[in-house]
Design a protein around this ligand. Structure first.
Ligand code: 4AD
Ligand code: MG
Length: 454
């Protein structure tokens, strides 16, 4: 089908005798002599205005097509006399692919609530806000790949079905091949218990110890029943892993990645970001630009606790050395204290996963989290325990069986090296980029407790 994307048509340098644009009608106004139809094809935020003169074949083709109908408009691209846009199409021919009954099409021209649109997730990508969000999602993914490739990382693919629990938090979805009602779970996955991965980290470590620098980027699953605006049961995670690297190296990598994606979005998604700055989060653009203007703050966990203790704030969860930071603490640090992203490092070992490298103080591990305003934790990572004896002792201390980690321990037996990596939640990154405050609105079909409809 010969057609011009609206994004290209709007960028034309000269009028054109004939083009065809296809899309969905956003608005239609009928005057005595002509109909004025705005269509959007998803290639950009802006609609193409089309003028369809009354009494013409084009007008007949348009028929009574209304908001939501899909159309192809062929005609002349001419300078638009109205303000706001350079070009419009004077229709010579209009073809309707599929009508949308105005009595039942739910996306009529008015502001709909996020809540309402979540209930029609299969249609909400036809609105300005969600179209923009998913275009930014695509551009952000591209920026992630570009960044890693520019730094000589290989994109690796780790399994989604796995036998191990990387985070040791017991938050895995169990996969079964058994008929409903069957009780013998030991026969789960062709004789083994299989889970959906909570993190590709352990496999990424193996890959990093052969390829040097790797990253994963794919779906990740957590069976935590946390009904919060920041947690989803299925989310996308970016997990770089670097051989011959220490904590400092991944702090730099995490900051570099975040800033690169922000920079890319500011250049490539300008009009979509402006929409969010105007209607969702006033101050978004200033905040994003501010992230490029100065380096992220850094503070040890111990000092962060002191800052929180001295803040005079009445937190719901009290703070003291040894507690896991809650979103309210993370947001206070990033939003109110440092007023920019902050990297917190050297967390108490008691609250962190078994694979994190022990520091010499015996009390903390070489872990770091990147906290950003309005979101809290964007990145969590660590230097990995590369010393076999220390790792074995930690596995025993946590009551785990070394046999379950035989291949992971091999990585420490054969050519072990200092290595480090982190996980960045892709949806959290998008919340940061758009100002959207609910994770359900940055992924097309969210998987959260109670949502499995689409
Ligand atoms: O801090 P987490 O749990 O770290 C790991 O899984 C490590 N294995 C990563 C690594 O070192 N390779 O998760 C990493 C990030 C979090 O900082 C957060 O942004 C995101 O993943 N995340 C979630 N995003 C949405 N919904 C959830 N339920 C999430 N859980 C974690
Ligand atoms: Mg974490």
């Amino acid at each position: 089908m010969q057609r011009t994307l609206i994004v290209h048509a709007l960028a034309a340098e000269a009028p054109q005798r004939q083009i065809t644009v296809c899309g969905w009608i956003r608005t239609r106004r009928d005057a005595k002599d002509f109909s004025f139809v705005e269509i959007n094809d998803g290639s950009c935020l802006t609609n193409m205005q089309c003028i369809v003169d009354a009494g013409t074949a084009a007008h007949e083709g348009l028929g009574d097509a209304s908001t939501g109908a899909s159309v192809a408009v062929t005609g002349e691209l001419v300078a638009s006399p109205g303000k706001g846009q350079k070009w419009e199409v004077r229709a010579r021919n209009v073809r309707v692919f599929g009508p949308a009954d105005p009595a039942s099409f739910p996306l009529q021209k008015k502001r709909h609530s996020d809540e309402f649109l979540r209930g029609i997730a299969h249609l909400r990508m036809r609105t300005n806000k969600y179209g923009a969000a998913f275009r930014i999602r695509s551009e952000a993914a591209r920026a992630v790949h570009d960044y890693f490739h520019s730094q000589h990382f290989s994109w690796v693919h780790t399994p989604i079905l796995t036998g191990s629990d990387c985070e040791g938090a017991g938050e895995m979805f169990r996969v079964t091949t058994l008929p409903a009602g069957e009780k013998d779970l030991s026969r789960d996955f062709f004789g083994r218990q299989a889970n959906l991965t909570v993190s590709g980290q352990l496999e990424a470590e193996a890959l990093a110890l052969g390829l040097g620098r790797v990253y994963t980027f794919g779906p990740t699953f957590r069976a935590e029943n946390s009904n919060t605006p920041r947690h989803a049961a299925e989310f996308w995670m970016i997990e770089p892993e670097m051989a011959f690297a220490e904590l400092e190296d991944i702090m730099e990598l995490g900051e570099g990645l975040t800033r690169h994606v922000v920079d890319h979005a500011l250049t490539r998604c300008e009009s979509d970001l402006k929409l969010f700055d105007s209607f969702v989060d006033k101050g978004l653009l200033d905040r994003l630009k501010g992230m490029l203007a100065q380096p992220f703050a850094r503070v040890s966990y111990r000092d962060a606790i002191h800052i929180l203790e001295d803040s005079g704030k009445d937190f719901t969860f009290p703070v003291a050395f040894g507690v896991d930071l809650q979103t309210e603490h993370e947001r206070f640090l990033a939003e109110e204290h440092f007023r920019r992203p902050v990297i917190v490092y050297d967390y108490p070992r008691e609250i962190k996963a078994f694979y994190m490298r022990g520091n010499d103080d015996g009390e903390t591990v070489a872990a770091m989290d990147v906290l950003v305003p309005r979101i809290g934790e964007l990145i969590g990572g660590s230097q990995r325990e590369e010393r076999l004896d220390k790792l074995l002792a930690r596995i025993a201390e946590m009551g785990q069986k070394p046999e379950d980690y035989w291949w992971y321990l091999d990585l420490r037996r054969f050519g072990s090296v200092p290595h480090a990596g982190f996980g960045m939640g892709f949806e959290r990154l998008l919340m940061m980029l758009t100002g959207i405050t609910n994770i359900r609105d940055v992924i097309p079909f969210p998987r959260t407790p109670g949502s499995l409809e689409f």
